[in-house]
Design a protein around this ligand. Structure first.
Ligand code: ACO
Length: 312
């Protein structure tokens, strides 16, 4: 059984923190941040604003976009690495906030920055098995909870936000989530991980090296599997970690830069929310149109990496 995209929604906290704001609190410059990362600003949630709050607003907007209610959804999968509570899951809390009454299943997946690809992969499996008819995928992160405001090498990289996508079953096998691949390699722990006291430990150059190998690897796998080339793809939406990584991946894949959708300048790295937010931004800005083919590679802590092919 195939599937198709029927709704999207996004939420970004209203507080915007620019590079100039960082210049005021640490030894950094707008020029360093823009040159090394392409990031100009990021949205930072209020102290009392949670991952569940952001996920719920994005989910509500996706439901409105699809013109349905939460009880029309058969399953909710949330990609998040930064929930305030270990339990219950963000997915179940979103069901509660939206007043669901159908006892539909909801759960979270932790794939770090590859989380939304893990969520898409999981949804594809349920569609293929014919178990669920309408699945909502949410990517939601409050990365600012993990920011060490004294560490200039990581603090400037991240932002908060949430995005939601709704897919429903369809008889076409060449729409919606067409294909996905997810991979993991447990040797990456030292390179990039969070700590118990909510700090990010990152070897920047090593992370960069692995990112520019992994994302093209997953993208090539998907293109070979689908029998397509870069020419057939309308947009590539890479995980929005940093512009230099995105440009290097594009060069390795021989992808023209004008087919690459970039939001990292405005959102910074929102981890498991990044690709979902970027797709919603692409629609809202009129860059992405229904019917287009999107290649979606991502890379994250773990290591995890993967890609999806979606016709929107
Ligand atoms: N402002 C000014 N100087 C800084 C800053 C900053 N914000 N951060 C680091 N520096 C300094 C360092 O202290 C270092 O100074 P030193 O030479 O005096 O010791 C200097 O800049 C160079 O540091 P490098 O780490 O060599 O800089 P590099 O060119 O590697 O760029 C960066 C750093 C941007 C982090 C790069 O390694 C990178 O892009 N890595 C990928 C990391 C990433 O995107 N992580 C996101 C999470 S992973 C994910 O989403 C999958």
């Amino acid at each position: 059984m195939g599937n198709k995209l029927v709704g999207y929604g996004a939420y970004l906290p209203s507080r915007i923190m620019t590079n100039a704001d960082f210049e005021r609190i640490m030894d950094t410059t707008d020029d360093w941040i823009v040159t090394r990362t392409g990031i100009r600003e990021r949205h930072i949630a209020r102290d009392d604003e949670t991952v569940v709050d952001m996920a719920t607003i994005a989910a509500q907007r996706a439901l409105e976009n699809a013109n349905i209610t939460i009880d029309d959804i058969d399953m909710v999968i949330v990609a998040t690495t930064t929930p305030e509570l270990d339990f219950p899951s963000v997915g179940v809390q979103v069901l509660g906030r939206l007043g669901a009454t159908k006892s539909q299943p909801a759960f979270d997946v932790r794939g770090a920055c590859t989380g939304y690809i893990y969520a898409l992969h999981t949804a594809r499996a349920f569609f293929t098995a014919g178990i669920h008819k309408r699945i909502m995928i949410i990517g939601a992160e409050k990365m600012s909870r993990f920011i060490d405001w004294t560490d200039r090498s990581t603090a400037v990289l991240f932002g908060d936000g949430a995005g939601a996508l709704i897919f429903e079953h369809s008889t076409s096998s060449y729409s919606g989530i067409i294909d996905t691949v997810v991979m993991a390699d447990g040797d990456g722990y030292e390179m990039l991980h969070g700590t118990e006291n909510h700090k990010i430990i990152m070897n920047g150059p090593e992370t960069y090296k692995r990112a520019v190998m992994s994302m093209p690897h997953a993208a090539r796998y998907i293109m070979e599997h689908a029998g397509i080339t870069a020419d057939n793809v309308d947009w590539i939406i890479p995980h929005q970690a940093n512009l230099r990584i995105i440009e290097s991946c594009a060069a390795r894949l021989d992808f023209p830069l004008d087919k690459i959708l970039v939001t990292v300048d405005k959102h910074a790295n929102t981890s498991g929310a990044s690709g979902v937010l970027a797709l919603a931004y692409g629609f809202e800005s009129g860059m992405i149109r229904h019917g287009q083919l999107i290649l979606y590679p991502a890379f994250g802590s773990g290591l995890t990496w993967g890609a999806a092919l979606i016709r929107v």
